[in-house]
Design a protein around this ligand. Sequence first.
Ligand code: OGA
Ligand code: NI
Length: 341
Amino acid sequence: MDQLLSNRFNVGSLPEDYIFPPELRPGDLKVPFSTNIPVIDLSEAQNGDRTNTIQKIINASEEFGFFQVINHGISVNLMDEAGGVFKELFEMPAEEKQKMCSNDPSKTCKMFTSNVNYATEKVHLWRDNFRHPCHPLEQWQHLWPENPTNYRECVGEFSVEVKKLASRILSLISEGLGLKSGYFENDLTGSMVLSINHYPPCPEPSLALGITKHSDPNLITILMQDHVSGLQVFKDGNWIAVEPIPNAFVVNIGHQLRIISNGKLLSAEHRAVTNSSDTRTSAAFFVAPSEECIIEPAQALTAEHHPPIFKSFKYKDFISYYFAKTGDTEVVLKSFKAHKN
Ligand code: OGA
Ligand code: NI
């Protein structure tokens, strides 16, 4: 098993197999924080301005595929506690973490460095990752790590809260799209995976990447960024940085929501860059359909003069194709188009 970055000491210079080709590397150019990516106050939806909140969410999802939410109802204490546990996980002794490492796809909880295909990939990512399913909780919680000692309890509680938040956001989205209420309250949100990214300080941030450009293949992602920046969104041919806002969650549209909305909402490409001074730990909750779930553009959004632009398929078939094509957005979406041309 390849050594985790967090188990290595004195990495003085960037090893050659972390250097991306010039067209993919971030370079030295400073990427500005976007003041345009909307920050949505979810308490407004409760205080009578539901229509306005829905409009903001739909506009953000169409234009950026990204927005942040504040006053979302998840307590600061719980967010801090979970954030602390995620950091502690990667600060555990090397042997403890190495025991959790596996490339075996059948393993429920996996810790690895870069990608699971480390052995065959050309360039490695400057990150360690730990991921496991977290919904339905009863099915998975007993398989999670025993250390840090409060991991199961704290991450369990946090996962339940994040799932509820995702449901609230999806219900606002379904109303905004004109879908029937409860549209996503079924197999379409049957699973959720927690993916914790740990990016140690990198000796050459301009040459390396934490995560390469990709769109998320699932339905919707709820991300707890660190206080340290690193997330960038590709918008109209340029990179824009997503500002870390204390106690906010970043929400982004995945490919399935793009397809269900018949192309209205955008599953935007994004990446994570590194920096030379601060460790960054982010936690992404990927809300996803169940494997056998059939995905297709919602019937309410298609009509004779507005035909479905994507075909109907099983979610698991999309996922296998996505990974076979290493997430190439254009290739993947084209292949699930209703009419290829
Ligand atoms: C991801 C992702 C961004 C980040 O895990 O899919 O895009 O900021 N993460 O870690
Ligand atoms: Ni992503």
